[in-house]
Ligand binder design. Structure first.
Ligand code: BES
Ligand code: MN
Ligand code: ZN
Length: 490
């Protein structure tokens, strides 16, 4: 979709969406109201269109006007920037399955000029869908609008703000795209190739294959991919937008392109959901795309641990002991607790090579976090209070909410092994998300670190305010905001 901006003029064709922000109509809306024989004022006074509550009303085939439809969207209660973005999502939703190509959106004068740009960002974010694999157009359920012209008295300020947010949205779309692709299309090699494409934006991308990982001693990561015919990869993406020589921040993502569970095979029911098990890596890819796109003043590293977890004659067995890059040995008691094995080496590698100021990993790590928090909040674990609270803060700003859970010695004891330094599961089902986080913590050394367990939030079977059903790209906007507010602002 393309978003354009224009000063107020009445469009002469297509669909018009008008945001109504007050019972007192401004000049654009009162002109429109006159042309509609007072329908807008009528809808407001009858509370069919309730400014405070929000909601929308459609006027089809308005007589005497050259536009084909008008959707009136009431602004509702707005408390934050996020609410303006969500308003944009509602504007997009008001279009329904609109089949025409272009539409105009009138955004009335708002308290600051850039807010209309934030509304535009919401329209843009909500517009992304994935029709790629439908061969019959009529079978699709998608809105066909390709160009939206945002009409605003503050068009210039709005556009300036939007062009920055557009780059963040492009990162979100990249993450959604690679998440949505089926697992026969996206596997370690092809996901790495997606990263490589980002070099055109000024990012530096290295792809390590199995031979290099072998040399580094990453047997924890390699063990997971050992039952797959696809080669495991570790991808390192660098964005050097900050001061030369300044230590970077690092983002590390779990990229299990399909998780069958391995020899500890998952049940057939819903196993297809495990194509999303690379949601952490997708978020890392997306945030790196976003930072480069908006030329963020930061040095950032993105690392994706990419494997496919399959059972075959060469697959890892429950009971195997592997040696990680850190030197610690791991007893693999359940091959389905594979994400932590991938991250053990990815985290160690990242801190060892880059000495980041902060290291944040994202992973669809545990089913248990869905039991705890559902799809509302992602789990947050950290060894640093300041980092935890800054992440929490950034999450609230973009509507990607985090809830902190504890790390403690008593939980850590649960992952002591009788045969090796550590085992990859805790005892029974108790505190499953925490014991997984404890495992990761053993591979971060002294680095200030946070782990986001996004198993419940990386995708959603229902649409949200700013996304359609499917991949949410959870983490991209959050980490972008965290960099903007807590790293660049220093
Ligand atoms: N990828 C899964 C976690 C998951 C489950 C994500 C459901 C999204 C939805 C992970 O690799 C896994 O299988 N975890 C196991 C760990 C257990 C074996 C200790 C789990 O959560 O059951
Ligand atoms: Mn698993
Ligand atoms: Zn997994």
């Amino acid at each position: 979709m393309h978003i354009k901006f224009s000063a107020p003029t009445m469009p002469n064709s297509g669909v018009l969406v008008a945001v109504v922000s007050s019972n007192k109509l401004d000049s654009f809306l009162s002109d429109l109201d006159v042309k509609l024989n007072g329908q807008i004022t009528g809808l407001i006074s009858s509370k069919t269109l309730d400014i405070d509550k929000g909601g929308s009303v459609s006027i089809l085939c308005p007589v005497g006007l050259s536009v084909s439809k008008i959707h009136l969207v009431a602004i509702g209660k707005i408390d934050s920037h996020l609410d303006y973005e969500i308003l944009g999502g509602k504007v997009y939703s008001a279009l329904g399955k609109e089949q025409s190509d272009a539409c105009a959106v009138y955004v009335p004068s708002l308290p600051s000029g850039d807010l209309a740009g934030i509304v535009a960002s919401g329209i843009f974010l909500k517009s992304w869908d994935f029709p790629k694999y439908f061969t019959k157009k009529e079978a699709t359920d998608f809105c066909q609008v390709k160009t939206v012209t945002v009409i605003s008295e503050q068009a210039a300020d709005a556009e300036k703000k939007f062009r920055e947010l557009e780059q963040v949205a492009e990162g979100v779309f990249l993450a959604r795209h690679v998440c949505s692709e089926p697992p026969n299309v996206i596997y370690p090699e092809t996901l790495a190739a997606e990263a490589k494409k980002l070099e055109s934006l000024g990012l530096n991308v290295e792809i390590l294959g199995e031979a290099e990982l072998e040399k580094l001693g990453c047997h924890s990561l390699l063990g997971v991919g050992q039952g797959s015919s696809k080669e495991s990869k570790l991808v390192v993406i660098q964005w050097n937008g900050g001061k030369t020589g300044e230590a970077p921040v690092a983002f590390v993502g779990k990229g299990v392109t399909f998780d069958t569970g391995g020899i500890s095979l998952k049940p057939a029911q819903d196993m297809d959901d495990m194509k999303w098990d690379m949601g952490g890596a997708a978020a890392v890819l997306g945030v790196m795309r976003a930072l480069a796109g908006r030329k963020a003043a930061v040095n950032a590293i993105g690392v994706m641990g990419l494997v496919e977890n399959m059972p075959d004659g060469n697959a890892q067995r429950p009971g195997d002991v592997v040696k990680s890059m850190s030197g610690q040995t791991i007893e693999v008691l359940n091959t389905d607790a594979e994400g932590r094995l991938v991250l053990a080496d990815a985290l160690w590698y990242t801190q060892d090579r880059f000495k980041p100021t902060y290291m944040i990993n994202l992973a669809t790590l545990t089913g248990a976090i869905i039991i705890s928090l559902g799809d509302e909040y992602a789990g947050l674990f950290s060894n640093n209070d300041e980092l935890a609270s800054s992440l929490n803060d950034a999450g609230l700003k973009v509507g990607e909410k985090l809830w902190r859970l504890p790390l403690a010695k008593a939980y850590d004891k649960q992952i002591d092994s009788v045969i090796a330094d550590v085992k990859n599961i805790g005892n029974g089902r108790s505190a499953g998300s925490i014991t997984a986080a404890q495992f990761l913590q053993r591979f971060v050394n002294q680095t200030k670190w946070a782990h986001l367990d996004i198993a419940g939030t990386a995708w959603n079977k229902k649409a949200g305010d700013l996304y359609q059903a499917g991949s949410t790209a959870f983490g991209v906007r959050l980490l972008n905001m965290w960099v903007k507010k807590h790293i660049e602002k220093r």
